[in-house]
Design a protein around this ligand. Structure first.
Ligand code: ATP
Ligand code: MG
Length: 250
């Protein structure tokens, strides 16, 4: 079967440095894929390549078998690829509901929905991510975890078929992470494929069926979390011995 998204030798250079260096993998519809790796490994750059922010220096990206390399970001979004940003960028003076309605208005449907429908969509997404009670608050009044929820809600409102999440759980405490995990599961259960960049291993183990490890722009490992997180090379490059000992129950 044709994968939903197919990356072949994707390469992106900044100056002489290859931030993403010949990355090849594919994602099936309905998967939850984790992407992990040290700071500067190329995770965000890879996401920017998929969403059309960067033009590739090499390789190809296919969406249901058709190349999307070189398409402008809004065109990739219209196909059904939604994303969050590592640096959260809400419209501060607008309410939570208005922010999400903007997502609905500029979503993947080829025609813009009427305003009323956009607000209805916003309300159902706010319910899904657990922000319904805060819909009328200005964004400036939200706590950090709620801002992350909002960021996911804005992306989900665009009706993505594939959702790219860039460290949406960074800076959250354990309880907040559990809530955020529930949110990601809830979105996934609506039929959305999810790619999750995350440094918190509990998140990866808790929700991902498969994980890819990037290091220096290259794929170091690709497989089931319990196998990949025990891989010596992954421990060396990223997880460190401390984590490995804890994993072994030491
Ligand atoms: N716009 C840019 N211009 C120049 N270099 C960049 C740019 N964006 C990223 N880089 C470089 O590319 C490499 C990969 O960066 P990237 O942000 O993709 O890493 P990351 O895996 O997302 O890291 P983190 O975990 O810290 O978010 C780094 O060496 C970074 O300095
Ligand atoms: Mg990053």
């Amino acid at each position: 079967m044709t994968p939903q998204l197919d990356l072949r030798n994707v390469t992106k250079r900044f100056g002489g440095v290859a931030a993403v260096d010949g990355v090849t993998f594919s994602i099936a519809k309905g998967e939850i894929l984790g992407v992990i790796g040290p700071n500067g490994a190329g995770k965000t750059t890879l996401l920017n390549c998929i969403s059309g922010v960067y033009r590739l220096d090499g390789g190809d990206i296919r969406w249901h078998g058709v190349s999307i390399a070189g398409l402008a970001p809004y065109r990739v979004a219209r196909l059904g690829v939604g994303r969050t940003f590592q640096i959260v960028k809400p419209f501060g003076s607008m309410t939570v509901r208005e922010n999400v309605a903007v997502g609905a208005l500029f979503g993947s449907d080829s025609e813009r929905p009427p305003l009323r429908a956009a607000f209805d969509r916003a309300d159902s997404v706010l319910e899904l991510v657990g922000l319904r009670m805060k819909a009328d608050l200005p964004v400036s009044a939200l706590t950090i975890p709620d801002r992350k929820r909002l960021e996911v809600a804005r992306a989900v409102a665009t009706r993505p078929k594939l959702l790219l999440l860039d460290e949406v759980m960074a800076g959250l405490n354990n309880v907040e992470i559990d809530d955020a995990l529930e949110m990601v599961r809830a979105v996934h259960e609506t039929g959305v494929t999810v790619v999750l960049i995350e440094h918190v291993m509990r998140v990866i183990v808790g929700v991902c069926e498969r994980v890819i490890v990037l290091d220096l722009g290259r794929t170091l490992a690709d497989g089931q979390p319990d196998v990949v997180l025990r891989d010596e090379r992954v421990i060396q490059a990223y997880l460190g011995e401390r984590y490995a000992r804890r994993l072994r129950g030491g």
